[in-house]
Design a protein around this ligand. Structure first.
Ligand code: FNR
Length: 186
């Protein structure tokens, strides 16, 4: 049997009715058989303070870091806040990146999807996040770019993804599956 890659999905919104979480859940359903996607929660991570790592770190830090370390790849699905990355997602990035020299993110292939009810589709957040991913040594899927504008109309009242949107989400997750295979450590 060929390998099934473990993909940690990190969502940059804590809102129950989050559009980005709905999109992340749609990716879980649309993923090809070569990927197993799981949302990894970030809402219980205390705000990063280096002092946390000078003694025993909070248990939530340790379990988050271990979960990301186990993953073969990471999918970020995020809103844009004030043309940048929501603080809660930046905090999770920072927590995973420490202690120094032991970043849980190192080398993992990833993809960034941003979504907004607005027209620009979270372009600012998407690219600010990419800046951190360069430093974290995470190869980021380049194409298709995923700035999902008008995301307020992607789901009907029953939470069903619209047929118009599905093919684009499918193309993203299929391209990501190929990217993950190409970027596994040899
Ligand atoms: C926003 N929103 C927003 N939208 C956008 O396209 N560009 C932006 O810069 C911002 N800035 C922003 C700041 C803050 C503090 C909030 C709370 C919201 C609107 C945002 O896209 C909208 O609330 C989304 O629905 C949030 O994503 P989730 O929670 O639905 O996934």
């Amino acid at each position: 049997m060929s390998q099934v890659f473990d993909v940690a999905v990190v969502v940059g919104s804590l809102r129950k009715e989050s559009l980005n979480r709905k999109i992340a859940n749609a990716f879980v359903q649309l993923a090809p058989a070569s990927l197993k996607l799981e949302i990894v929660e970030i809402g219980d991570l205390p705000l990063y303070n280096e002092e946390h790592d000078s003694a025993t770190p909070p248990a939530s830090y340790t379990s988050f870091r271990e979960r990301i370390r186990r993953a073969d790849a990471v999918l970020f699905v995020t809103p844009e806040y004030n043309r940048s990355v929501p603080g809660v997602l930046k905090n999770a990035i920072d927590v995973g990146s420490r202690p120094y020299g032991k970043s849980a993110w190192n080398g993992k292939p990833c993809a960034v999807v941003s979504a907004s009810p607005g027209a620009i589709g979270g372009f600012g957040a998407n690219h600010h996040l990419r800046q951190s991913l360069v430093f974290l040594n995470m190869p980021v899927l380049q194409q298709p770019e995923a700035y999902l504008g008008g995301a307020g109309s992607f789901f009907d009242e029953a939470g069903q993804l619209s047929e118009k949107t599905q093919p684009f989400l499918q193309s993203i997750v299929d391209a990501f599956a190929r990217w993950i295979e190409q970027n596994q450590p040899r």
